[in-house]
Design a protein around this ligand. Structure first.
Ligand SMILES: [Zn+2]
Length: 241
């Protein structure tokens, strides 16, 4: 059946807004009364959504996420947002640890070496916007798995369109014109873990904010990182005021 283009978009929007409930046994209570303050975006590194759903719901694997989004934009919810899913593992962000207790995890069906299709991105942006509203999560606290675990993880990777989320006000925007300040200081201010190598932190920063950059640290990296750090610091101060 041929659907008109606008009809297709409407169906995608609906499927993005209404997740299918597919419960996973792999969850617990958030510790110390914590509530979601972060959204962590992942890719599955698996070929199919069916395989990912099976793993994320298999008690033997002890992993899960709140949501999985297929390449076609189908959304499954496996864990209630109020509960603690097991997606983040060891790591920290902006001084926050036990990321599972503080976050909502979203998995995207993607092998890690392919682009993220339009229907999937539409479903993701709708889902992120809804979660942010429900839990008052700021754009700076929408992060990738690699951001909180730079030596262990590479998802959602350089192909993920962070700029699109930033344009929609859902995530931190890249910037370029900051002072030529020490890279490490800026990465600390943005929120990257301090207990891992500068090399891994730079790779995570580039994957997120400078996806074309390669090779040793450059002045452009430093100016980009200090610009992002300045903006985040100002916004965090405003939020606390
Ligand atoms: Zn991940």
């Amino acid at each position: 059946m041929d659907l008109p283009a606008h009809g297709t978009r409407r169906l995608i929007a609906l499927s993005g807004n209404k997740p299918h409930w597919h419960p996973s046994p792999n969850f617990g209570d958030r510790r110390n009364g914590l509530t979601p303050a972060l959204i962590v975006i992942h890719y599955t590194a698996m070929k199919t959504s069916a395989a990912a759903l099976e793993r994320l719901c298999d008690p033997a694997h002890e992993v899960s996420a709140h949501y999985l989004i297929s390449r076609q934009g189908q959304v499954w919810q496996m864990v209630e947002e109020a509960d603690r899913a097991w997606h983040a593992g060891a790591g920290n962000w902006a001084g926050m640890d036990d990321i599972n207790s503080r976050s909502i995890g979203i998995e995207l069906t993607n092998t890690g070496v392919e682009p993220f299709p339009e229907p999937q991105m539409q479903a993701l942006t709708a889902l992120v916007a809804g979660i942010q509203k429900r839990w008052s999560i700021t754009p700076h606290n929408v992060i990738g798995h690699q951001d909180m675990a730079p030596t262990r993880k590479a998802d959602p990777g350089r192909r993920f369109d962070w700029a699109r989320l930033a344009r929609l006000g859902l995530a931190s925007a890249a910037a370029s014109q900051g002072p030529d300040a020490p890279l490490s200081d800026s990465l600390d201010q943005i929120g990257y873990p301090k207990d891992v190598s500068l090399e891994a932190r730079l790779e995570a920063f580039r994957a997120r904010f400078r996806p074309g950059a390669e090779g040793p640290e450059t002045e452009s990296d430093r100016r980009a990182a200090s610009a992002v750090a300045q903006r985040i610091t100002i916004d965090r101060q405003k939020a606390q005021a």
